[in-house]
Design a protein. Structure first.
Length: 517
């Protein structure tokens, strides 16, 4: 990788990298010449429906029209009217909100509707209609009012769903859970060709490594075609953020993993990837991408119980030090100018923690924060792509949490295809707790690597649990405790795996750290 990254996008780079977009059209409720009853070759709602980013009076509802979703969509090159409804009942006997939006070719005929004017802390049903076709029914909920004292919250978080590596059996089980929402921590798609994992391939990607907008759209459509994933999207609202594979493995800001790629060229690829990501996620207008720039960090609060701060650790970070692989710490890891979040996002985060009066403060983010040494023996090695490559930034954050006495900070992490429960220390004191979730399918069937569990725990006494099976993590909150259940499936390379609760941990109010339940 390059070692002299460009951290600010100048005018020329922005101009070259920006895709020509009619940005306003993705949110338009009318378009001149929009087709009211187009003719489709097949059902246009094959990619399902989704909702996300709930508020106290609404949420975003999403779908994408695509009678031939894996072949560019199969839509006419014209805007199309789409009707939507929100009801209090699944049979739509009591429709509370309805309207018309426009699906445009500029945005792959995706629709994002910000529904407002609903009652707080309630479940609702929604659907879309177009050309006589009706979408699957989705279910979503509004958040409690900010001042509400809430007794309980249950959610699940997941990440890393490599389509080729296995079946989404974990999502089949997640759909049966009683959850308030789902948090996805990134690697929703994988950009590679899959040639490296040919021997372990379970399902097949379409084509080589993706770089064009059409390729990113088709790859998202392939993943969205999975019925288990569609079911969980339709059943619960989601909070989403990305990691690296939505664009390019281990990228940092405008720096590709591949040597020799110019920043301006990579920003062009990033713009195309960001657009396709937005087109396929239930995101608000505030996250509408502008070329290679897209604000994804944001927050929601669940009454007085939990404050969720969703982070973006890819778009603004400085280059990984000492290379982007596992290495011993070097001087660059302690550089106070090195950043995982960028200055603006870091200020936003610290302000959000300062302003929060919630019992639990939650960081929904991508890469391991605990400084896990994965090398047996006296030599210590850390992943430079994780927070260990940005020691000064991590120290600054945990010192802030300690000194400001932030209420019950819990960090949620994905990325590394394994489960962990970690205590996070500032000096000799635990100040926060980190729960790391395994992959849905990435890596295939779980297994123990060369570093045994006993060695791992002896090298890292702050690690309370480690497991390499596939699955997701379920979290149940009350004002006095947080319970984390590691929900795993023993295999993903064939369908039908049972669900097992492999371990459970409790974090008590005002007592940072994970304790076996």
């Amino acid at each position: 990788m390059k070692t002299s990254p460009i951290y600010a996008v100048n005018r020329r780079q922005f101009s070259v990298a920006t895709i020509s977009l009619a940005a306003a059209s993705v949110w338009s409720s009318r378009a001149i010449g929009a087709l009211y009853r187009p003719k489709f070759s097949d059902n246009p709602f094959q990619l399902g429906v989704a909702s996300g980013d709930p508020s106290t009076d609404g949420f975003v509802i999403w779908s994408r029209l695509g009678p031939k979703p894996l072949e560019g969509g199969g839509m006419p090159d014209e805007p199309v009217e789409v009707r939507w409804e929100v009801a209090s009942d699944e049979q739509f006997q009591t429709v509370l909100k309805k309207g018309v939006t426009v699906a445009t070719p500029d945005w792959a005929h995706s629709v994002h509707v910000e529904v407002t004017g609903l009652e707080a802390d309630r479940w609702y049903f929604y659907r879309f209609q177009c050309a006589g076709e009706v979408s699957p029914t989705g279910r979503s909920r509004t958040l409690p009012n900010a001042e509400s004292e809430i007794d309980s919250l249950r959610f699940a978080f997941a990440s890393c769903q490599h389509f080729e590596a296995g079946y989404y059996t974990a999502y089949e089980h997640m759909a049966d859970e009683s959850l308030d929402f789902v948090v996805h921590l990134g690697d929703y798609i994988y950009e590679g060709s899959g040639e490296v994992e040919r021997k372990n391939r379970v399902r097949r990607h379409l084509g080589p490594e993706i770089e064009s907008l059409a390729d990113y759209r088709n790859r998202h459509a392939l993943y969205k075609s999975d019925q288990a994933l569609q079911t969980v999207h339709a059943r619960f609202p989601w909070l989403v953020t990305w990691d690296d594979h939505e664009v390019d493995n281990n990228y940092a800001n405008d720096i590709s993993e591949k040597v020799g790629v110019k920043a301006v060229d990579f920003l062009g690829r990033r713009a195309r990837a960001y657009q396709a990501y937005y087109e396929h996620m239930p995101l608000r207008r505030s996250s509408l991408p502008q070329g290679p720039l897209m604000q994804l960090y944001r927050g929601i609060s669940f009454g007085q119980l939990a404050n969720f701060l969703v982070l973006d650790t890819r778009q603004y970070r400085t280059d990984q030090p000492c290379g982007d692989k596992r290495a011993a710490s070097c001087d660059a890891t302690r550089d106070p100018k090195a950043t995982m979040l960028g200055d603006r996002q870091e200020r936003w985060l610290l302000n959000g923690l300062t302003a929060s009066a919630c019992r639990w403060n939650v960081l929904a983010q991508q890469v391991m924060m605990a400084p896990v040494d994965r090398e047996a023996g006296s030599e210590a090695k850390f992943s430079m792509d994780q927070w260990s490559g940005y020691e000064a930034n991590r120290e600054r954050l945990l010192r802030f949490v300690d000194e400001r006495k932030t209420n019950n900070l819990v960090v949620l992490t994905g990325d590394i295809h394994s489960n962990w429960a970690n205590d996070l220390f500032h000096g000799s004191k635990a100040v926060a707790t980190e729960f790391v979730g395994t992959s849905i399918s990435s890596g295939g069937d779980g297994r123990i690597g060369p570093l045994t569990l006993d060695t791992l725990l002896s090298e890292n006494p702050f690690v309370k649990f480690h497991n390499t099976e596939r699955g997701y993590v379920r979290c149940t909150l009350s004002p006095e405790s947080w319970q984390t259940d590691y929900q795993v499936v023993p295999y993903v390379t064939r369908p039908g795996a049972p669900l097992i609760t492999r371990a459970s941990f409790v974090t008590e109010n005002s007592r940072p750290g994970a304790q076996h339940a």
